[in-house]
Design a protein around this ligand. Sequence first.
Ligand code: NAD
Length: 354
Amino acid sequence: MKIAILAGDGIGPEIMAQATKVLGALAKDGLKIEMEQAAFGGAGFDACGDPLPQATLKLAKQADAVMCGAVGGPKYDALPRAQRPEQGILRIRKDLALFANLRPAVMYPELVGASSLKPEVVSGLDIMIIRELTGDIYFGEPRGRRDNARGEREGYDMMLYSEPEIRRIAEIGFKTAMKRGNKLCSVDKENVLETSRFWREIVIDVAKAYPQVALSHMYVDNAAMQLVRNPKQFDVIVTGNMFGDILSDEASMLTGSIGMLPSASLDANSKGLYEPIHGSAPDIAGKGIANPLATILSSAMMLRYTFNLDEWAYRIEAAVKNVLAQGLRTADIHESGTRKLSTSEMGDAVVAAL
Ligand code: NAD
């Protein structure tokens, strides 16, 4: 298994070093992986004037999976749009045809106090939001501005989903549900939108191949409410690009700690790009205090979703739980009665817990 390691900028290299440390420890235990680093984001711009250098894209295409740290920083903010580090992320997602974004929101018992919701609402929470990433109103044509018949200026976008686009994301939804609690909730706006009516029809058709999975449907406005009212009713949610953009941010914040949340973006063959949901945190870069757990948990997602190695993934996740249960914390999740660790000490603690 070949993994491209794109550490990126800011805290990216610090947190990625911990994830590769964990994967390296598993390699000593028999996990057959090879890791190769390449410049990406601002680091790519510094090295070759391009946030996604040709050599980096080539490595990412050859690899079986890609791990990213984070990109961006004030140093690059004044660059023209095409050279901004964030463009590197958008381009690599497009070039690798990564259409399915998976974001788990897991509440660790030790961190319940970090949520803005009541402990009884969020304790034990473990949900997965699957967002379609390459279609919908964000990409539909036509789009633009025009003058209408009354001579007024107006802006417009096209919400559009093709049948193959809905089928492939629904398949990911059902397959993911089968790796978890066998419950899938498809979120749409079927009462108003033609696109959603079509979406629901196709999802119901795809469901015929997955009789083990209990499928339900929910309107997006209700889903937004249910996520804060009773989030534990969900197992896996599958939805389109725009609804998923909003719901996945809402769901991730149920847990309250940005440094803990991994993500995956998959193509049709389950090749994936794995990254923490947070950015490059320039305010704490270089201080050795960033939380590496989101990146370490992203590597667990990689083992599960690209390589189908559930047991190895579970070992990493169990090690993270163990470290938290020991009262070990980085600064962002530290509270009285727990022990504060640096970024690399946290990586070492996870390795020890493996
Ligand atoms: P951010 O996620 O980098 O930081 C938000 C806050 O959370 C900061 O206070 C930061 O210190 C803290 N934080 C984030 N990750 C942490 C961690 N692992 N441990 C401890 N604290 C952590 O968001 P931002 O400040 O809005 O953006 C900073 C830069 O990151 C910008 O250039 C932005 O464009 C970029 N960005 C990149 C990605 C990506 O690479 N996918 C995603 C979001 C933002």
